[in-house]
Design a protein. Structure first.
Length: 220
């Protein structure tokens, strides 16, 4: 498990949440916007398999999967270099992608939940804020909130932070959403249990708290 955590941290620091250069990853239409089922989701799926082996005491199988993950990561870095993006320029390249983010209200068309759940959330400093774990729909069936996992490790000790869908921006050609706030503001945001959204009174009470927090900090 320590080796899995070390790989997860290294992968987060190298920004594997963003898609590679054109042609890397498979474009998937999301209404008028194109998200990407790219390297982050692939790595995440394989990493989950390593975690299953670890929890069941399958040390050798776990280490074999981690070896494959490291190989996948090296291949991605090689593809970036072949596209003219050397390691020392990867961060600036990723930040340029983040600067191209557009409000979700401007995406046009319908949004598939599959393209939202599991996506990466970052800020303009390219800091990893978490992954979108779930979505909350309003009575009209429209996206109202997303729940972002904060802290924890493979779901253990993880908190769910609700964000209003309207406050997010989408990064074209990347499996990533943007929230332009400092990392510490996100860390202090109110967290909720998923069950709160099934109780009308509890939902109304927490919704006011959540909206008040984001109204304050997104205006700063």
């Amino acid at each position: 498990m320590a080796d899995i955590q070390a790989f997860s941290q290294q992968a987060a620091e190298t920004g594997y949440g963003l898609a590679g250069p054109p042609g890397y990853g498979t474009a998937a239409p999301v209404g008028g916007w194109y998200g990407t089922y790219g390297p982050r989701r692939e790595l995440g799926a394989v990493l989950a398999a390593a975690e299953v082996f670890a929890r069941n005491g399958r040390e050798e199988a776990c280490q074999n999967v981690l070896a494959e993950l490291r190989d996948m990561q090296e291949q991605r870095q090689a593809q970036l270099e072949e596209a003219g993006i050397p390691p020392e320029q990867v961060q600036s390249w990723r930040q340029e992608l983040l600067l191209s983010a557009q409000p979700v209200s401007e995406l046009g068309g319908n949004i598939r939940v599959d393209n939202v759940v599991g996506a990466d959330l970052r800020n303009l400093r390219d800091e990893d804020l978490g992954d979108i774990k779930d979505v909350i729909l309003n009575q009209d069936g429209e996206l109202a909130y997303v729940l972002v996992g904060r802290g924890g490790f493979f779901g253990i000790g993880e908190q769910m932070v609700p964000l209003r869908w309207q406050d997010l921006k989408a990064v074209p050609q990347a499996d990533t959403f943007l929230l332009d706030i400092p990392e510490d503001v996100f860390e202090q945001a109110p967290a909720v249990d998923r069950d709160v959204f099934t109780d009308r009174d509890a939902y109304a009470e927490r919704r006011d708290e959540i909206d008040s927090y984001w109204d304050q900090h997104l205006q700063d």
